[in-house]
Design a protein around this ligand. Sequence first.
Ligand SMILES: O=C(O)CCC(=O)C(=O)O
Ligand SMILES: [Fe+2]
Length: 339
Amino acid sequence: MFSVKGLVEKGSLTSIPSKFVMASVPKQDILSEVEVIPTIDFSQLTSGTPDQRSKVIHDIGSACREWGFFMVINHSVPKKVMDDMLKATESFFDLAEDEKGEYRNKQLFDPIRYGTGFNVSMEKAFWRDYLKVHVHPHFNAPHKPHEFREISQEYCKRAREVASELFRAISISLGLEGNYINKAMEIGEGSQLLVVNLYPPCPKPEIAIGLPPHSDHGLLTLLIQNEVSGLQVVHKGKWVTISPLPNSILVNTGDHMEILTNGRYKSVVHQAVVNNKATRLSIGTAHGPTLDKTVRPAPELVDGESFPPAYRGITYREYMEVQQSNELKGKSCLDRIRI
Ligand SMILES: O=C(O)CCC(=O)C(=O)O
Ligand SMILES: [Fe+2]
């Protein structure tokens, strides 16, 4: 069975199969000197003085409004848990193809899916192998490598704790009660999808793409990566390359945050580019409501004339299905429910 990793390991590639050649790969723009990626000191949120806490909540609100993206430092996920998670996921991809094969050709809501990025309608492949695991409210894990279960369970639990604290801060930044999002979105029983992306070195990085421009479906995505950069986000109409600090967690707003906040906090469009030197590994957890929850703009954020509801209600499950069939085309999925 075919994977990008398998293709690269077969021999010294000097070109790439035509299905990987993209008509256009958006070029990154230089991050201008005045633009600094928002950095959030998580410890000030959880154990800062009241003033520090208010300031950081304000900064999270600004980051959501102006970027839809920020970098969290001094958070509560131990470095060892992050390092072990990166190692365990790398070991998963190192398994023989037939060992990973049982997770291939699976459907969206199957507990575990392994594969290579492909856009059926465009008949194009992306330079990325992935593993997607539904880890909450029901925990799942591939049974190999043996350490994967325990490590991913710990990492995903820690990621949920960070997300939940961020949901509190975001609720307050919107003038809502602290528990608003956690309660309204039933986060305690909510959906958490683990997405691991492997981008092997690509001999023609300028004409291939790891992940094309898209926004994420959930409320928030938390992302960690190995030391290799490749994530780019759109900010003020330009592509900005993100080089995170070691041990930080990148956070971005997803489509459901945009729906719930009635467009006050928009989901951010991002992509993953590839390089010809080193393998990049990224681990995302998408945090969303319960699958059968119908999400619509929060009534508190809808106001007749000035803020009419901008999106119709849709269940998270249905939204994920629509997004899957839309195959990662910018924010086209959200356009379908825009009023
Ligand atoms: O690899 C990355 O940095 C981005 C991954 C991503 O956007 C996704 O999995 O949705
Ligand atoms: Fe994404």
